[in-house]
Design a protein around this ligand. Structure first.
Ligand code: FMN
Length: 195
């Protein structure tokens, strides 16, 4: 399997890093593109040196390299994840404005009708953001804001991040190790309706 991963300058660089780590563990070929502002958020929000993140990728492409393989639909991939996805990149993808390689690669994934998963990160959302997300979902992209679940009883931020990343990888039929899935209430649980 081959997946393109874009990390943009929205808050939540750890979502991109954990996605990359998990894909690496699963033996998936990754094509990583970091935006200029992703380099800043990786440094300011995490303990990972950017160079260490880059080393986790099978292939690294500069955001200005429009000649990278992922810039063409003839280069076969199983899809793309943008984690996290800034509102700027979301807007550019919605409008087919491929100025950076992340936006061009996403445009290619859309035109080839491949899987595009966007971890859109902003709060609150403006009408512009919501309209862009609605348009993209209608085009077939999966809008996947990194919103934590609590049914898995996370004990740490790490747990929350891993659970979200596991659910993102579900979109590609990949099974992240240790993903705590909901499987219903235990028999006899007092909280179960009609129990
Ligand atoms: C620390 C920090 C946090 C940011 N968080 C967000 C965010 O959560 N969502 C967002 O849309 N933009 C956020 N931004 C602004 C983006 O980085 C900015 O719009 C940038 O131009 C996005 O470009 P890119 O999509 O090419 O990375 C943040 C910027 C900084 C410095």
């Amino acid at each position: 399997m081959r997946i393109v991963l874009g990390i943009t300058g929205a808050s939540g660089a750890i979502f991109g890093i954990r996605t990359l780590e998990t894909l690496h563990e699963l033996g998936v070929e990754t094509h990583l593109i970091l935006s200029r502002w992703a380099r800043t958020t990786i440094s300011s929000e995490t303990r990972y040196p950017v160079a260490q993140v880059e080393k986790l990728a099978s292939f690294l492409h500069h955001q200005d390299n429009q000649a990278a393989p992922v810039s063409s639909g003839s280069f076969k991939t199983d899809g793309m994840i943008v984690a996290p996805c800034s509102m700027k990149t979301l807007a550019a993808i919605r409008h087919g404005y491929g100025e950076t390689l992340i936006c061009r690669a996403a445009d290619v994934v859309l035109k080839e009708r491949r899987k595009l998963v966007l971890l859109a990160r902003e709060s609150p959302f403006s009408e512009i953001h919501l309209e862009n997300m609605l348009a993209l979902t209608r085009m077939g992209a999966v809008i996947f804001p990194p919103v934590p679940a609590f049914y898995n009883q996370p004990q740490s931020v790490e747990d929350m991040v891993s659970h979200i990343v596991g659910r993102v990888l579900d979109q590609f039929g990949l099974d992240a190790a240790g993903l705590n899935r909901w499987s219903g209430f235990d028999a006899g649980c007092k909280n179960e309706p009609n129990c």
